[in-house]
Design a protein around this ligand. Structure first.
Ligand code: HEC
Length: 154
């Protein structure tokens, strides 16, 4: 328990520091939440669920069945989903993000290492050690609605 508390404190300090320096989109007024970009989700976010990371199973190895968060099955041998399946995936993932707020989006903090601002535990492991990881930046761009500028800059 103590360890939890300490980690939570460190986590929030990191978050606070990031929030004050990143110049990220402010949550200016609750109603200003950006809308989520489907095309960006389809072409940039979905490949992350399929990608192999050293030391980890792919997101889709678990998140097709057996977890509360279910992606559509990927046809054998295929690395992309159909338009229709992508729409369903989009709706599924919409439930685990908070548009405009990367660090309150479970999709971003659950697989992110705790010392990088992630949450305490993800049964599927910590796939990203830093918020500057290019994949994490793509997820962040999606959640912030920053999809037109690309995801390279911070
Ligand atoms: C080894 C299996 C496994 C892998 C690989 C895996 N996960 Fe998970 N994930 C789980 C399980 C089991 C849960 C539910 C228990 C938990 O929250 O830890 C979960 C929970 C989650 C949740 C929270 C869902 C909710 O409804 O709150 C998110 C978001 C998530 N995973 C995203 C991912 C992403 C993104 C990847 C790939 C980068 C990934 N997971 C890889 C097993 C996995």
């Amino acid at each position: 328990m103590k360890r939890h508390a300490i980690h939570a404190t460190i986590g929030s300090l990191v978050l606070a520091a990031l929030a004050s320096t990143s110049g990220a989109r402010p949550a200016a007024g609750q109603s200003a939440a950006p809308s989520l970009d489907f095309e960006f989700f389809k072409t940039r976010v979905q490949p992350i669920f399929v990608a192999k990371r050293p030391g980890h199973a792919r997101c889709i190895s678990c998140h097709i069945d057996g977890t509360p968060l279910r992606l559509e099955p990927l046809p054998r041998g295929s690395t992309t989903w159909s338009e229709e399946a992508s729409r369903k995936n989009f709706e599924t993932m919409r439930r685990v993000v908070m548009p405009g707020n990367a660090t309150k989006s479970r999709l971003l903090v659950h697989p992110l290492a705790e010392q990088a601002g992630g949450d305490f535990y993800h049964n599927g492991g910590k796939h990203w050690n830093s918020q500057s990881d290019p994949e994490w930046q793509i997820l962040k761009a999606w959640v912030l609605g920053d999809t037109k500028r690309g995801s390279e800059q911070r």
